[in-house]
Design a protein. Sequence first.
Length: 126
Amino acid sequence: MAIEPCWKEEARASEVLKKLGMNKFPINPFAVAEAHEILHQEKDSLSSGISGCLMKIGDVFGIMYSTRFSSNGFKRFTVGHELGHYFLDGHVDQLFGAGQQFHHSDSGFYRTIPARRRPMPSLPDC
């Protein structure tokens, strides 16, 4: 049975977690990163408004997340968000295919081009 496009990301996340035997909440995104040898580190030098960053140097992946946010839940969300970039089929190639080493995520915005930034809209039903 084909997966509806709007459920593709959720299906991929379920697949990754199932392989790790993580089938109960809460999910620990730091453990997911470690299981896939993705380094993770809190960083105080991320620019204002940037909550996290997926990076690729050579064949090594890492996630940096900002110290600016004191909420452990927000830190877990940020690491989980960056893992989403890593695990979505073809996404790593799209982000890092031209030799880029960093992809940052802005908190509260869904566009990374400053001139096009707008607050995140409510999501439509699938």
